[in-house]
Write a protein that binds this ligand. Structure first.
Ligand code: ATP
Length: 878
């Protein structure tokens, strides 16, 4: 510590960090590759269609068709820029996402515990480690309580290694030393503090440069399906284009014309923009989710979210506020009320007869002392504003487990301060809390050399370890009658939605001090009941779930009565709802459980392994399950769930790595918001798939009808290219950002295996494609008759009709359930602007003289415009 300039109690000073970072570098194994905008830009010109176009451009130039060559160049460049903008934004936001999901570390700096990105840890930092954490760097342990680490990632050894602050028998290899912790390994139990000695590439992990938990950008099932569809379309259209072109040449058309025609028909048939727009829409959606506090780690989750049928959620902190306050204390056979709210040390203990305990003594004082001693939370007084140093405020600044904070606050109300208790009872050892044991104990020694074990935990658990009871100054045997009474009180407090903890102690002999299992034969002292109010937004979110056909399920380590009472306040319970406890679950066979799993709304007193059983049963019933988790042991269930959800604040690294989504605010309402967003994204993807495919079908059919009728080409290759690569793209993108339809959260979840084209979408796409092509061919023929065979004017008319029909159609694609007339055309401002811009570009190539020879256009007169608009609109009316 001296070497690094670290203070044992304060850690490093944050002023030194920048220098240290410069000296030792970032704490990272691999340098993150920065994406260069240039490489993204160049990549735009390497896809298949663009290469074909560049080839076509070269051939046109070679044959002296300068106008075509210029037009194709312009189209390729504009298309390249549009693609670049899309992809650059996508890449940027994915990068931001990776940073958000990056691992963090708890470090002691300036005397405070701070959460920093793991890459900012420097040698000399003191890092706090708890079960579930990934060790962020290499270091020496300076504190270890029941501390063990899974080092399999380094050593391949799957049994966790127990660590201590002593090196143990001097091991030959560094990685076998007991007092060292290594980057990337996983804390499985206990707590510890470590002085960081090596970071980044200097760590053992850096030396073998292993894989670290990183965000996976895999393709979503929809993207995979679209890839397959795209490939099929490419093959089919290349075949058709080749056939049509060759037939044309045989008929005596010019080879060059037929070549260009083949190329443009291919462009018309292949929805080349589709995959890119899907990616953009997914990423934009992911960004919107971040704004709603949900960070997606695995892209496929975006789609799966929209299919969720059950959301299994932890109670504490997710459905409730996790701001606990002790309300009742049961001691000496009596229940006392505790007044005062929040993190404020003002409050009293009042008995049912109205007696005030101003200065607690005897059993009550002992209860508060045990609560303060068997406790890892910290409370400091906040400095209040300008005169902070002069005015003593009562508002407290706590840190640590909210259950323990509540106990410390209650102790303060009785004048018991943790610092004083800790100096009277010096802690020798801790047996940490975990949600399987549901209790915590400490071994302490007082000035007289007496050794005690203090325990607190779930009443049913603690009571089963007690053989005696202390009441009114006397310790005597614990009878069945006492037990029954305590359990009844526990049950009553639970029904008032209170979380209840029992407190017990015993005196130890020196020999018993290091016993592996000293928690037995305890003296029961009393109970504390604390409230943890439901989050108001969770109550609303629960209602949203019900109307969206999603079943919310509560899974908690708390007592049955407490869980049920809280679930009732959250309005999660319907008249058929059932509650199951972990024990009841154990007693059921798998088929028995699967049979009733649909009715269970609340699981109480469960341990993390039950969560896995619940997920499996639900999945077997065909449900798509979202499951939350925070602790290490939750990771398997989170991994097994269709949508694993981890907690950003209270979650451990392992659970985060196993999850597909992280909640930044640990809030149930954020899961529901993410589900809603998932549905919106999927809807929007369907919208522009419908749009783009209908347009493509319309274009191809237009060509097929006219060639079947033996008419000249109704659209020139350049016009087809302009339409496909310039005027279609923007409206399709804008559709991807469409606001949700009113009923997104009022319909049933869609089924997971559902095809993108289900619900009659395929039929609608084809039907619409046919209508558009018929309108276009009609415009071509009618203009031909009207103008007595002016081919350029007729082509301008069919070109305009096709573009306008598409621009009207795009508004129709905004809903599958209502007509185009039933919606506000301006509610998606992007779409309005995109449609106007595309219409503007159409007018530009018709009216600007420079473009007229390139695009072979002549401005139509007023009558013709009326015909064009009528035909374009007609398909919408039909
Ligand atoms: P969830 O977040 O899943 O709802 P929970 O917070 O309700 O979980 P646990 O944290 O596993 O459940 O707690 C289970 C029980 O253990 C509690 O009902 C309480 O009696 C007891 N308990 C909770 N925290 C502590 C603690 N710090 N020390 C001792 N006992 C505790």
């Amino acid at each position: 510590m001296e070497y690094f300039g670290t203070d044992l109690h304060k850690g490093l000073s944050s002023r030194e960090i920048p220098l240290k970072k410069k000296l030792f570098g970032e704490n990272q194994i691999q340098e993150v590759k920065k994406i260069s905008p240039l490489s993204i830009f160049i990549a735009q010109f390497t896809d298949f269609i663009t290469l074909v176009l560049i080839g076509a451009m070269a051939i046109s130039a070679y044959l002296g068709e300068v106008a075509d060559a210029i037009a194709i160049t312009a189209i390729v460049i504009i298309n390249g820029f549009l693609g670049f903008i899309q992809e650059y934004r996508t890449e940027k936001s994915l990068q931001a996402l990776r940073e958000l999901a990056a691992p963090t570390a708890k470090v002691l700096r300036d005397g405070e515990i701070k959460v920093v990105p793991a890459k900012d840890v420097v040698p000399g930092d003191i890092v706090l480690l708890e079960s579930g954490d990934r060790v962020p760097a290499d270091g020496e342990l300076i504190e270890a309580e029941g501390f063990s680490i899974d080092e399999s990632i380094l050593t391949g050894e799957s049994v966790p290694v127990e660590k201590s602050t002593k090196p143990g028998e001097e091991a030959e290899m560094k990685i076998h030393r007991r007092n060292l912790a290594f980057m990337g390994t996983l804390v499985v139990s206990g707590r510890g503090r470590m002085l960081v000695t090596e970071t980044g590439m200097g760590t053992e992990m850096g030396k073998i440069a292993g894989m670290m938990g990183k965000i996976e950008d895999e393709e979503t099932p929809l993207q995979q399906r679209l890839d397959v569809l795209g490939k099929q379309l490419v093959t089919a259209s290349l075949f058709i284009c080749a056939t049509v072109s060759i037939l044309g040449i045989i008929r005596g058309e010019k080879a060059y014309d037929m070549f260009l025609f083949g190329v443009s028909l291919a462009v018309a048939a292949i929805p080349e923009g589709l995959p890119a727009i899907v990616t953009v829409v997914l990423t934009l959606g992911v960004q919107r989710m971040i704004r709603k506090n949900a960070v997606i780690r695995k892209l496929p989750a975006v789609e799966t979210l929209g299919c969720a049928t059950v959301i299994c959620s932890d109670k504490t902190g997710t459905l409730t506020e996790n701001r606990m306050t002790v309300r009742k204390i049961y001691i000496n056979g009596k229940t006392l009320m505790v007044t005062g709210t929040g993190y404020n040390s003002e409050g009293d203990f009042i008995s049912s007869e109205g007696r005030l305990f101003k200065k607690p003594e005897g059993e009550l004082k002992r209860l508060l002392e045990i609560g303060a001693s068997c406790n890892n939370a910290v409370i400091s007084r906040q400095k209040g504003g300008l005169f902070g140093d002069f005015i003593k405020t009562r508002e407290l600044a706590p840190s640590g487990d909210p259950t323990e904070v509540a106990i410390l606050v209650a102790a303060l109300k009785g004048g018991v301060q943790k610092e004083n208790v800790d100096s009277t009872y010096r802690r020798i050892r801790e047996i940490p809390f975990d949600s399987n044991r549901k209790r915590m104990s400490v071994v302490v020694k007082n000035h007289r050399g007496e050794i005690f074990l203090f325990s607190k935990g779930a009443p049913d658990v603690v009571l089963s370890l007690c053989t005696r009871i202390e009441k009114d100054g006397q310790v005597r045997q614990l009878f069945k009658k006492d037990e029954d009474e305590i359990l009844t009180i526990n049950e009553d407090m639970g029904r008032e939605a209170l979380r209840v903890l029992a407190f017990a102690y015993k005196k130890l002999t020196i020999q018993e001090m290091d016993d592996k299992d000293p928690e037995h034969g305890l003296v029961f002292l009393g109970l504390m009941g604390m409230i943890d109010p439901p989050r108001p937004e969770a109550i609303e979110a629960v209602q949203k779930c019900f109307s969206a056909g999603i079943r919310p399920v509560m899974i908690t380590g708390d007592h049955k009565a407490t869980a049920w009472a809280v679930a009732r306040e959250l309005k999660m319970i319907t008249k058929d709802s059932k509650i199951l406890t972990g024990r009841e679950l154990d007693d059921m066979s798998e088929p028995e459980f699967t049979k009733c799993v649909d009715d269970v709304a609340v699981y109480a007193r469960v341990t993390p392994r039950h969560k896995l059983k619940i997920v499996k049963a639900l999945k077997k019933k065909g449900h798509v399950v979202a499951m939350t988790g925070d602790g290490v042991n939750d990771a398997p269930a989170v991994k097994e769930a269709d949508i694993g959800v981890s907690m950003g604040i209270s979650g451990t690294d392992v659970t985060k790595e196993a999850s597909s989504m992280i909640l930044l605010d640990d809030n149930f309402a954020s899961i529901v918001a993410a589900v809603e967003e998932g549905r919106i994204i999927y809807d929007n993807i369907r919208k522009f798939i419908r749009y783009l495919l209908s347009c493509n079908i319309g274009e191809v059919l237009t060509m097929i009808w006219t060639s079947a009728l033996g008419l000249p080409l109704p659209l020139l290759p350049i016009q087809i290219l302009w339409m496909n690569l310039v005027t279609d793209g923007l409206p399709a993108m804008a559709l991807g950002m469409d606001p949700p339809e009113r009923d997104v959260m009022n319909r049933k979840p869609r089924s997971k295996g559902e095809n993108v084209f289900s619900g009659g979408l395929a039929k609608r796409i084809i039907y619409r494609g046919v209508l558009i092509s018929v309108a276009t061919v009609a415009a071509f023929i009618l203009t031909g008759l009207y103008s007595k065979g002016d081919l350029i004017l007729s082509r301008t008319a069919s070109f305009s009709t096709l573009v306008l029909a598409q621009l009207i159609f795009v508004f129709e694609c905004r809903t599958e359930r209502r007509g185009i007339w039933e919606q506000n055309p301006f509610s998606n401002i992007y779409l309005t602007l995109a449609a106007l811009l595309s219409a503007g570009m159409l007018l530009m190539v018709i009216y600007v003289p420079f473009f007229q020879p390139i695009f072979h256009t002549i401005p139509p007169d007023r009558n013709l415009w009326m015909l064009i608009v009528a035909l374009a609109g007609l398909s919408a009316v039909v």
